[in-house]
Design a protein around this ligand. Structure first.
Ligand SMILES: [Zn+2]
Length: 396
């Protein structure tokens, strides 16, 4: 028996006038998903517990079977695990975003999507000048970095920089235990980085500088039970994003990198499916196959990209899986978005999402409920605890 959980991130959406009141998922041509739905159980699942922010970290943790109310400690530590950063039980990991700021207003949460090479140089300056036995700075990709704070505080209110673009930073600086130290680091970073040659060059090129750090998403290292010990299944994670990579690593699962997997609409759809099939042929029991492209399209507010990414998943991922798994006598697969990322909102939305459960041995007819947002109205199977879905998949 082999199991697959296919997660097109943020695929769920809302009706848009440009598509005559359909959602991008409904408007997308998805003959393979439509055919699967005819023989599958179609239902809805609440991936994010009520009251929690519908972030990909929380939602994917829940789909993997770990209750975020128990195990979620913050986004920083999950990404730190993904980056292989050693965290002791005393270390608090913060997301350390490199932002553009004029000292008053946050101008760009991504520093104009600064290159990893330039950002690494800047973060290394900070580690040299501000780093200590307590504070360490670890360069990541583009504007996304990590700061660890030994014996640090988690009891602060912090705000993601993408939520305060073009707003005065004074209203959103860390508040709580240890706020003075964090604020000092943030303003010291502005002094150190503003005139740095990397930023002078970026300004000359008409680009936003990476001249300040923004600290948020703090937490202690997640203590997630081992997936194999819990489920007696060898699990593999395939993804292009650190949040999901970190969850997989924290759960002791093997994380497989796929060439050409970009986390964007130009990703290697077929390759990701081929690697999933190969991992199962090589002995894995369960593959968590995560595809970021629909979510990115939702954040961009780009209807064409969103429709296109869903069609690409239907055209390249699903047939590759079904053909590749033909030799396997029994396959069970769920397909679901982790949450909705409506193009009209350009951010995540709470609420249940549709899921499809396919079993190669038995046909489950759900009285012709289509696998898209229509299921939110029509489906009879409704799962209120996101963590129950994987138990259903694994028949645990
Ligand atoms: Zn997501």
């Amino acid at each position: 028996m082999k199991y697959i959980c296919l997660v097109p991130d943020g695929m769920s959406d809302l009706p848009v006038p440009e598509l005559d009141g359909m959602t991008p998922w409904q408007a997308a041509k998805t003959p393979n998903m439509d055919k699967l739905a005819q023989d599958s159980l179609v239902g809805t699942v609440l991936t994010v517990p009520q009251g929690m922010y519908p972030g990909s970290d929380v939602a994917n943790m829940s789909i993997l079977g770990y209750d975020p109310r128990t195990y979620y400690t913050g986004r920083g530590p999950i990404e730190a695990v993904a980056m292989g950063i050693p965290l002791s039980p005393k270390d608090v990991a913060y997301r350390c975003s490199l932002v553009a700021c004029d000292g008053v207003t946050l101008l760009d949460y991504s520093s104009g999507h600064i290159s990893t090479e330039e950002a690494t140089e800047l973060i290394q300056v900070l580690d040299k000048k501000l780093g200590s036995r307590r504070f360490k700075f670890y360069p990541g990709v583009s504007y996304r970095h990590i700061m660890s704070w030994t014996n640090g505080s988690v009891n602060l209110k912090t705000v993601p920089p993408h939520d305060i673009q073009d707003q005065a930073i004074t209203d959103y600086l860390p508040i709580g235990d240890g706020e003075e130290e964090l604020r000092e680091l943030m303003f010291d970073s502005l002094d150190l980085l503003d005139g740095h040659p990397v930023n002078q060059r970026r300004r000359d090129q008409g680009k936003q500088p990476g001249n300040m750090i923004w600290l948020w998403g703090q937490g202690f290292a997640p203590n997630i039970p081992d997936f194999f010990r819990l489920r007696q299944k060898q699990g593999v994670v395939i993804t292009a994003v650190d949040v999901v990579r970190g969850l997989g690593r924290a759960a002791g699962m093997k994380v497989i990198e796929v060439p050409g997997a970009t986390g964007y609409i130009d990703t290697n759809y077929r390759g990701k499916a081929e690697y999933a099939v190969k991992a199962l042929a090589d002995g894995a029991d369960f593959v968590y196959l995560h595809i970021e492209a629909p979510d990115e399209s939702g954040h961009e507010g780009n209807i064409d990209h969103k429709v296109g990414s869903i069609e690409n998943i239907d055209r390249y991922v699903i047939p590759t899986i079904l053909q590749g798994m033909q030799k396997v006598d029994h396959l069970r697969m769920v397909i679901l978005p982790d949450h909705a990322t409506p193009v009209s909102l350009r951010t995540h939305k709470e609420g249940p999402v549709p899921f499809l459960l396919f079993d190669s041995r038995k046909s489950e007819r759900s009285s012709n409920i289509p696998f898209n947002e229509i299921a939110l109205e029509d489906a009879k199977t409704r799962i209120d605890e996101g963590t129950d879905l994987i138990s259903l998949l694994l028949e645990a």
